[in-house]
Design a protein around this ligand. Structure first.
Ligand SMILES: NC(=O)c1ccc[n+]([C@@H]2O[C@H](COP(=O)([O-])OP(=O)(O)OC[C@H]3O[C@@H](n4cnc5c(N)ncnc54)[C@H](OP(=O)(O)O)[C@@H]3O)[C@@H](O)[C@H]2O)c1
Length: 243
């Protein structure tokens, strides 16, 4: 049976991704910094899908542990999905670099740290798939997502580069841009229903993108066109807008 590793497994989105792979007969490795919180979902997924589900301790910010963390997995996963991420108040992050650094160090540095380990292993095996949950916020820098957006822009560029680097080794890299999703991260924001996905839609989109070897996927198709329009606004106009 193939195995999927979910990094940042406690979130609603990660749980939905795990369920989607389990439904399709993948064994699941759930990795999170607080393993107690995912114990219940471990037995739930195992019971419902009849696949093997294991729980692992993983902190995206503990870079030094990443090599050992990955080497300790048995079996090593066929698919690795980076779901972890942080989005905090942008005004606070502009005032206090500690808050900005937390977003950058989690969303970009933490992802690069663990995925470099995974990528080297997959390149040696001449197979494997990496999927990263990035964001449309990374497509054009703007004031309301100054730090979060730029950390996701860096993550998207890293995933693009990794896809290019690993193509010759038969390793595939998928970039997922969910648009808005109803999760804890967005619970205080009023989101437009037509543009907002449910975690389950993200779960199925990630699974489908992995099996059909998509490069970049937008969970709600409208986002591809919305971002195209946003990217087409000339900079001399864009810089005056309050976005
Ligand atoms: N919601 C949206 O509209 C949306 C849109 C586009 C992209 N995204 C991206 O989707 C991903 C999932 O976000 P979400 O919406 O499901 O938000 P969420 O509920 O806040 O989930 C984020 C997850 O990341 C984990 N995490 C944070 N720092 C970590 C660390 N140092 N080590 C390990 N795990 C860590 C959190 O763990 P704890 O549970 O321990 O706090 C949490 O489970 C993120 O990458 C986010 O940027 C979200």
């Amino acid at each position: 049976m193939p195995t999927v590793l979910i990094l940042g497994a406690a979130s609603d989105m990660a749980q939905a991704i795990a369920k989607s792979f389990a439904k399709n007969k993948y064994d699941v490795q759930l990795a999170a910094r607080n393993t107690d919180r995912i114990e219940a979902s471990r037995s739930d997924i195992q019971l419902r899908s009849g696949v093997n589900v294991s729980v692992h301790s993983f902190d995206a910010l503990d870079y030094k542990s990443h090599e050992q963390f990955f080497q300790s997995l048995n079996p090593r996963p066929d698919v690795t999905v980076v779901v972890f991420g942080v989005m905090t108040d942008e005004d606070a992050a502009f005032e206090d670099f500690t808050a900005a650094a937390k977003m950058i160090n989690t969303n970009f540095t933490g992802a690069v740290s663990i995925l470099n380990v995974v990528a080297k292993y997959y390149a040696g095996q001449k197979k494997g798939t990496i999927a990263g949950i990035s964001s449309v916020a990374g497509e054009r820098g703007r004031q309301s997502k100054l730090i979060y957006g730029s950390s996701k822009a860096a993550f998207t560029a890293y995933l693009d580069g990794l896809r290019n680097k690993l193509f010759k080794d038969g390793v595939h890299v998928v970039t997922v841009k969910p648009g808005f999703v109803y999760t804890k991260m967005t619970e205080d924001i009023k989101l437009p229903a037509a543009l907002t996905a449910k975690p389950e839609e993200v779960g199925d989109a990630v699974y489908n993108a992995v099996v059909s070897k998509k490069n970049t996927v937008y969970v709600k198709w409208m986002w591809r066109w919305i971002m195209l329009i946003i990217k087409m606004i000339p900079e001399f106009q864009f810089k005056k807008m309050k976005l």
